[in-house]
Design a protein around this ligand. Structure first.
Ligand SMILES: Cc1cc2nc3c(=O)[nH]c(=O)nc-3n(C[C@H](O)[C@H](O)[C@H](O)COP(=O)(O)OP(=O)(O)OC[C@H]3O[C@@H](n4cnc5c(N)ncnc54)[C@H](O)[C@@H]3O)c2cc1C
Length: 305
């Protein structure tokens, strides 16, 4: 890590670097020890330097979005983290070659801001995304979705950097979107931004739909506690929350981690939860659900250690 830091300082002095940065600050779970080295590129040139230098030294970078689907180890992460900043937070309107209007967002732009901007511009199609606390990069990687909508339906083009720091553009059909996955899930490409193709609608109607979905979320989800959203993927033919509730596990706690009393699909941090607490709770839930229903739950939340 020392050599990477040194080379980055030489090659790209303007790139912001942070050493032993506490990761709990960067995750919605509010859990996690320090990352050995973090870079916060604000421009494409800085992002290229960070990606290229790291791979050249044989260090696989981890791309951090808004940390809303992430559980970081208590001892921290010994590797290199790249978190986009600056120009990658921007959202603007764009006109495509065929004359259609679209919204273009940087990889670090928050989905909530993207959905609000769509509303301001009178674009429909991103109402589902308003309450998902991820970034554009994380949402494209995960093909985030809710209430019948998902990123795959609205994304036109994804702008990325490969391991050599070369820019590549992918049409939606080339992104391999599936349930909570895409070709970017493997961690090879840094998503710099994406273009969203949207239809026009009446702003009042868009606003009403967004408010209705926000109210549904608030009623069902434990938004009052830190979490990483749904802990488990939806098992084929079942709902994780229903299985967990059926097994009587609502409210089960290990240390500060608890199976939410409001929504059994969420593990929440009731205060001072550690990664160890969460993983032990997850182990207990998986074991019990499998014993009682023969369904194997798989974690949706990514673990970084
Ligand atoms: C309260 C709550 C509600 C939620 N509701 C939903 C929901 O309704 N639907 C849903 O799908 N999810 C939901 N989530 C989960 C989460 O918000 C989504 O998975 C989101 O897409 C993650 O985005 P992120 O930017 O936070 O990614 P992170 O958690 O930072 O990372 C997730 C993955 O994306 C990768 N990644 C992030 N940014 C980039 C980038 N720029 N380039 C390449 N790879 C990148 C990471 O390496 C990692 O593999 C919820 C979470 C919470 C806390």
């Amino acid at each position: 890590m020392e050599q990477l830091k040194k080379q980055l300082r030489e090659r790209c002095p303007e790139l912001e670097l942070r050493v032993r940065e506490p990761m709990w600050k960067y995750t919605t779970f509010r859990i996690g020890g320090p990352a050995a080295l973090m870079a916060l590129p604000r421009t494409t040139a800085e992002a290229k330097a960070a990606v290229k230098t790291s791979w050249e030294l044989g260090i696989e970078p981890f791309f951090l979005g808004n940390g809303s689907n992430l559980l970081v180890a208590d001892g921290g992460y010994p590797g290199f983290i790249i978190k986009l900043a600056g120009e990658f937070e921007e959202i603007r309107t764009a006109v495509l070659q065929d004359g259609t209007e679209a919204l273009e967002a940087g990889g670090a732009a928050l989905l909530s801001r993207l959905a609000s901007r769509a509303l301001e511009e009178g674009f429909t199609g991103l109402e589902f995304a308003g309450g998902i606390p991820g970034s554009v990069g994380g949402a494209v990687t995960m093909n985030a979705g809710a209430y019948g909508g998902e990123i795959a339906q609205k994304v036109g083009v994804v702008h990325t950097l490969d391991r050599t720091g070369t820019e590549k553009f992918f049409d939606a059909s080339e992104c391999g979107f599936g349930y909570r996955k895409s070709i970017f899930s493997g961690g090879d490409s840094l998503i710099l931004g994406a273009i969203f193709q949207l239809d026009r609608d009446d702003s009042a109607a868009i606003k009403a739909r967004m408010e209705e979905l926000a109210a549904r979320r608030k009623e069902k989800q434990p938004l009052e506690y830190p979490s990483a959203g749904s802990t488990f993927k939806r098992p084929v033919g079942h709902f994780a929350a229903a299985l967990i509730e059926q097994c009587g596990l609502k409210g089960l706690s290990v240390g500060g981690a608890q199976v939410s009393e409001k929504h059994a699909g969420f593990v929440v941090n009731r205060g001072g939860a550690t990664c160890t607490d969460v993983l032990e709770l997850v182990r207990l839930v998986k074991e019990r659900v499998f014993r009682e229903t023969s369904v194997e739950l798989e974690m949706e939340v990514k673990i970084l250690r």
